[in-house]
Write a protein that binds this ligand. Sequence first.
Ligand SMILES: O=C(O)CCC(=O)C(=O)O
Length: 318
Amino acid sequence: MASAEARLEEVRRELRQFPTSVRELAVPASVPYLDGPPTPLEFQRDWVCPNRPCIIRHALRHWPALGKWSLPYLRAVVGDTEVSVAVTPDGYADAVRGDRFVMPAERRLPLGKVLDVLEGRAAHPGVLYVQKQCSNLPGELPQLLPDLESHLPWASEALGKMPDAVNFWLGEAAAVTSLHKDHYENLYCVLSGEKHFLLHPPSDRPFIPYELYTPATYRLAEDGSFEVVDEEAAEKVPWIPLDPLAPDLIRYPAYERARPLRCTLRAGEVLYLPALWFHHVRQSHGCIAVNFWYDMEFDLRYGYYQLLDTLSRTAGLG
Ligand SMILES: O=C(O)CCC(=O)C(=O)O
């Protein structure tokens, strides 16, 4: 009978093989484009059920926001409105820095001030990103709501629910969202500029390292310097330390076998980013976007992913 170590090694071998098998069976080589919004049936059948991303063109043509939204338009309509802004020294909010998981400093600023910085008319310490992910569009910028739909009807019908959150994103080119995943079916709409997504299917989990970090927050001092302040009595947070744009393959050699999908989302396009897909996001300077988060169904797929996650962790793969 094989020793426990030999059996564990066999589990590791299977886990390392698993992402390739799934890729061959079910992951496209690049993110496919659709020429218009799918019907609810098509969306559910061809994309949500197989947990497969796609980019949908011509789905926002009827939104006044498309064509209208620009930095001068935002200044005219909501320039005086205060919004919550994430501020970081290096553009990375919610990211591993050293041995900490560091969240951004939060500032309440009139959107016009953010626009001044984006347009180079004013300076502000650090990198600014309007990205509060708790329905900041209806919550903080309700004047913009007449410019778009409150949800994507074909998606809501397919998913049998309304979005949990409608988020507004506006930031500098230096603002980057580190690699992570969410339990949301994400419909991400670019209204102006471009977003660059790097994606991994959930099946790549054995190649993607997680470690536990003490949570902390940047504090922005009056003199413009940043300090990292630990959260009080908080539990450690599992997060991905790897930067997929410059992966440290000495430290995380398994990642060499991962095959990210990359895509650029342009104004008027909608990315369907399926639940549990890992994503890393960059943007053009002043890109304006809105996304809809629909809570995922916690079904068999979620159960399988949890099993893969537990196996990868306990087998010491990441
Ligand atoms: O646009 C971004 O910077 C990040 C988007 C994201 O992570 C999300 O929608 O879950």
